[in-house]
Design a binder for this molecule. Structure first.
Ligand SMILES: Nc1ncnc2c1ncn2[C@@H]1O[C@H](COP(=O)(O)OP(=O)(O)O)[C@@H](O)[C@H]1O
Ligand code: SF4
Ligand SMILES: [Mg+2]
Length: 359
């Protein structure tokens, strides 16, 4: 089956300039990422604030241009498309953001916001569009008579439902959710997540869930990709990554449940600057298991599924679960990550670290 979306060695560096406009290095926001998303599949991208998740999501749809690598959408080279063709294809690849105010124009009624993509992408007449708006509002759990109201009249959860209805209007095959429930109260989060899960199943959507919240990811993801300083450090089936994380960074992210046997230490220190990322393994400055070799060479993802699907040689070691750590095979098994919503000290610390993103 052709993947819905393929990222092949995608890179985005933002130039950093001094006061005189001279180039002074670059932020290595996304640095050689390979990922595939299949139709109907939910891929979660997790990692600390600033590790490049949002940039990756935008680059995937060319809302930001990549500076290296290739993007294929339904097998077609997205990277080479001229702007006009790209806009037409974007109909089938939508993005929803943490703050629906960002994607909803406050001066547009709900009806107008949802109708806009229908005008752009369909031949429906006015009556047909009104009927479709009503249908979409119902689909996301709102009442059709809400169409005449304005974004500020709704709660955060309702606004996110409107943003989802607008995204659905263009009949997407892929939706990227960049922290789509992070700004919502926990109870509302669950409702919106349930809605997303229903839509993904009923419409066979591919979905990329960008989230700092491991609880959210655990409930919705089929696969998980863990990102650190612009690179994927572990990727695999969600159940495996959560129960048997391999990369020390993933272990640290998940080592949040008290009362278990062998636990990894919580993360120490801050993420290093992405302007001059550490040489070798980017995690070596914070890794409990680092040895001198770790700062000498960069560990690559072993047998990445996306790379092997693209025809690159695959190591036999791992077909679906892969990590970029020299030492992962010799490390003791990580304690299983159990669902524990009450958390613990470590979980609280981890949550705090991630929540800075939302501050
Ligand atoms: N437009 C931009 N110009 C310069 N640097 C940027 C830009 N957008 C993001 N960055 C930097 O790229 C890195 C990754 O940011 P981002 O993708 O937002 O990470 P995340 O979503 O994981 O928090 C950060 O260091 C951020 O400051
Ligand atoms: S390669 Fe070395 S520094 Fe990097 S995660 Fe593995 S043990 Fe730690
Ligand atoms: Mg972000």
């Amino acid at each position: 089956m052709t993947p819905l979306l393929e990222l092949r060695g995608v890179q985005k560096h933002f130039p950093v300039r001094d006061a005189l406009g001279r180039a002074r290095g670059a932020v290595h926001a996304v640095d050689g990422v390979w990922l595939n998303v299949m139709p109907g599949e939910v891929l979660a991208i997790v990692g600390e604030s600033g590790c490049g998740k949002s940039t990756l999501g935008r680059v995937a749809l060319r809302l930001i241009e990549p500076d290296d690598g290739q993007i294929l959408f339904q097998g077609e080279d997205f990277t080479a498309l001229p702007q006009k063709a790209l806009r037409a294809r974007r109909r089938h690849a939508q993005i929803i953001f943490q703050d629906p105010f960002g994607s909803l124009d406050p001066r547009m009624s709900v009806a107008a916001a949802i109708e806009e993509p229908l005008i752009l992408h369909t031949t429906l007449d006015r009556a047909g569009r009104a009927a479709r708006v009503a249908e979409l509002l119902t689909r996301v759990g709102l009442r059709p008579e809400m169409a005449g109201r304005w974004p500020h009249e709704f709660s955060g959860g309702q606004r996110q439902r409107i943003a989802i209805a607008r995204a659905l209007a263009s009949e997407p095959k892929l939706i990227i959710g960049d922290e789509p429930v992070s700004a919502l109260d926990v109870s509302v989060q669950a409702q919106v997540l349930n809605l997303l899960q229903d839509l993904i199943r009923d419409l066979n959507l591919g979905f990329i869930m960008i989230s700092h919240d491991l609880g959210v990811v655990r409930h919705i993801a089929d696969r998980v990709a863990v990102m650190y300083l612009g690179r994927i450090v572990e990727e695999g089936p969600a159940a495996e990554v959560f129960s048997a994380p391999r990369h020390p960074y993933t272990r640290a992210l998940l080592a949040a449940v008290p009362g278990q046997g062998a636990r990894a230490a919580p993360l120490q220190g801050d993420v290093p600057s992405p302007i001059s990322p550490p040489p070798g393994c980017r995690f070596h400055t914070r890794c409990d298991f680092a040895v001198p070799a770790c700062s000498a060479a960069m560990p690559e993802l072993k047998g990445s599924p996306a790379r092997s699907a693209a025809g690159e040689a695959q190591s036999r070691e791992s077909a679906g679960h892969t990590d970029a750590c020299f030492r992962s095979a010799e490390l003791p098994p990580a304690a299983a990550f159990h669902e524990n919503t009450t958390g613990g000290e470590r979980l609280a610390r981890l949550a705090q670290r991630f929540q800075r993103e939302n501050a």
